[in-house]
Every structure is written in C-alpha cells, then in structure tokens.
Design a protein around this ligand. Structure first.
Ligand code: MG
Length: 378
C-alpha cells in the first residue's frame, strides 16, 4: 500500500509508528490504522445513539438544537481543518473527535453528575472513562474480542481526563496522568476543538431558544467585537443571519488563533517525533488574549445559560430520572434486562451504570415511566 501519511509533519502521529491495538490484527490493504479507527467509531451502536443525547437542551425540546451527534461532527470538522494546517494526522483527530462523547449519559452534564453521585460508593462514574470503556469493552461487533480494538493513539485521545485512581488501573494508557506527560498533538487538538464547538453552538442554541438575549451578549468582548465587524460589513443586517455571521466569524478567529499559536509553540519546542511531543508541555493552545476572551465567554454561558432557571428545571428532572432508575435497579435487579443482571456475571452497580449511561434521553424518560407509572405498559 502507498504511504497515506507521507505528507505529515515529523511530530504527527503515524500509523507506521502506532503503539498498536490490544488484539493484534493484520494491516488493512486500503486504509491507514487511524482511518480504520474512525470507521469503527462511525459504525458503532454508541455513535448512533449520540443522535438522541443532549448537550444542553433535551432532545425533544426542538429539532434545531445540537445533539451530541451534531456536536461531535462539528468538533471533527474544526479539528480536521486545524490538523491539515499543522500537517497533523487528520484521520486520528477525526477518530478521536467522533468518539470523544460516546460515554456520555443521557441529559448531558446533569445526567453525568447524577450517575456519579449514585455511583459514589461504587467507584464513581466519569464520562471520559466511560467513552474509553465503550470502545474498549462495551461495543459488541467482533467475533474475537469485546469493544472496537482501537489503536493506542485513539484511545489516548479519548481519555481526556482521568482521576489518579482510575489512571493507575489503566496501565500504559493511564501513565501520562500520573507522570504529567502530554498526549499526541492530535489529542490535544481534539480537546480544544471540542471547546471551540460547544462555546459557539451554545451561544447559537441559547439565542435560538430565547434563553439568551442579544443585549446580554453585548457584555461578552469576543461577541461584541465580531458583532460590530458584521454590522460594519453589512449595515442593516439583523435576525438569524446576523447571529450566524457573527458566530461564523468567532469560530474562524478561534481556529486561526489556534493554528498560529500552536504553530509558534511547535516551532519553539521543535519536537522531532511524537514521543518528543509527549515529553514536552502542552503545545496546542490559544494566544493569551484569545484564551482570556474564550474564558470570559465560558463564564458568561455558565451564568446565563447553564444556570438559567429553565435549564435548571430540566436538569433537576434529568437528575431525578437517573437517580430514580438507579435506585429502583439497585433495590431489585430483576427489573433489569437480563444482560445487566449481576447473576449473569459482573458487578451490579457498574452494570446498572453501563445500562443507564447507554440510554438516550427519550429512552431514559420512557424507561422511567415503564418502571414508575402504573398505567404504562412494560
Ligand atoms: Mg464534547
């Protein structure tokens, strides 16, 4: 096979130098190792479920809001554009981006917090670690092994954060959290592309839902600056078109800044290999000015959107659904589908966490009704 990765920078991740898969497999005749990983993620069950899982707005609240699926596609698009500019491995950043949220519970962060609380005395619940478990263990697609058997580099990128306790149990993959080392540039990039995507689409969805107003947003410097640019370029522009043009420009500013700053950081550190990248400090970064502006934007979203009383009401309902389900299954595991009953092997609280984490928003709502509403059929 011709080398599909000959155009990459020396510090990029390369299939030829991968630390490999847990279960050895023959190389593909037509695809690089990271292309295969990307394809495996897209064909997984967990990936399809992202369509019905929430970011901020619960799936049934409207058809135009982001879901985890569209969010993951936006992250992949942003990450790939930046990767191509920096001659990083586009297939690897795409695989990481598409897989990064596979372990998310229903109802976004509210669901994750509730499940973590339920699991407090049983090892806790981290959505990041759950994403890794999905690709390592929970997907059932291959005759010879559990999970998707992805490369070390894709798995390294999926595991963005990890507590020291969990890291210690993960062996080679967890080592960087104990030693303070970095992951590949592709992994660092997917992480910041995630941030660019959600900050901007939460503004867009926040305005669309009416929970945020344009007047409130004027206090955010990054928004104000780009909004003024748009008005100057298109006098009289307003409504959705003005919002979209502003968000579009903000995303572009963040991407260009990330490319330029990271390019400078790479030039200064001049890593010759991916191992040198891992030993250096974080290299993928925004400039100080943009970093501060992005932080201000995040604080704004936290105050005005994530803590908005209507979002809080939905989050409270979501937390109740998750903890009600968890308690009901803990009290009587016979209510669980057989494959999640510990009598078939496994640790009961963890099996319940896997069952709940795999649910879509609407499945969790339906399951709650099936368990608790007398009038509902089973
Ligand atoms: Mg994300």
């Amino acid at each position: 096979m011709t080398d599909l990765e000959s155009h990459l920078a020396p510090y990029a991740a390369r299939s030829a130098h991968t630390r490999g898969r847990v279960h050895a497999e023959p190389a593909s005749s037509s695809r690089s190792e990271f292309q295969r990983d990307r394809d495996r993620v897209i064909h997984s069950t967990a990936f399809r479920r992202l369509e019905y899982k929430t970011q901020v707005f619960v799936n049934h609240e409207g058809d135009l809001f982001r879901t985890r699926l569209t969010h993951s596609l936006e992250v992949a698009q942003i990450a790939r554009s930046i990767a191509r500019n920096l001659r990083l491995n586009e297939d690897l950043v795409e695989a990481i981006s598409l897989a990064h949220d596979l372990g998310h519970t229903p109802f976004g962060h509210a669901g994750q917090d509730a499940l973590n609380t339920c699991m407090k005395n049983h090892g806790g619940f981290e959505h990041n670690l759950q994403s890794l478990l999905v690709v390592d263990e929970l997907e059932e697609r291959y005759g010879g092994f559990n999970g998707l058997n992805l490369t070390f580099e894709t798995r390294e990128g999926i595991l963005k954060h990890c507590s020291r306790v969990n890291a210690a149990a993960l062996g080679e993959l967890g080592r960087r959290f104990l030693e303070g080392a970095q992951p590949s540039l592709e992994a660092q990039l997917a992480n910041l592309a995630d941030e660019i995507a959600y900050n901007n689409h939460d503004i867009d969805d926040g305005l669309r839902s009416g929970l945020l107003t344009l007047e409130q947003l004027d206090e955010v410097p990054m928004w104000g600056r780009h909004r003024a640019e748009v008005t100057a370029a298109f006098p009289g522009i307003n409504g959705r078109r003005a919002i979209n043009e502003t968000v579009r420009r903000m995303i572009n500013t963040l991407i260009v800044d990330l490319i330029e700053t990271t390019g400078r950081n790479i030039a200064a550190a001049s890593p010759k290999t991916i191992d040198a990248v891992r030993a250096a400090g974080p290299l993928v970064a925004f400039s100080p000015k943009i970093h501060e502006e992005a932080a201000a934007l995040k604080r704004f979203l936290f105050r005005h959107l994530y803590r908005h009383y209507l979002v809080m009401r939905m989050s409270a309902k979501a937390q109740r659904i998750v903890s009600d389900l968890f308690s009901a299954f803990m009290q009587d595991s016979r209510l669980l589908p057989p494959q999640y009953q510990a009598s078939h092997g496994g640790d009961q609280p963890r099996l319940i966490a896997h069952y709940i984490a795999g649910m879509t928003d609407r499945y969790a709502i339906r399951e709650h009704r099936r368990i608790f509403a007398v009038s509902e059929s089973n």
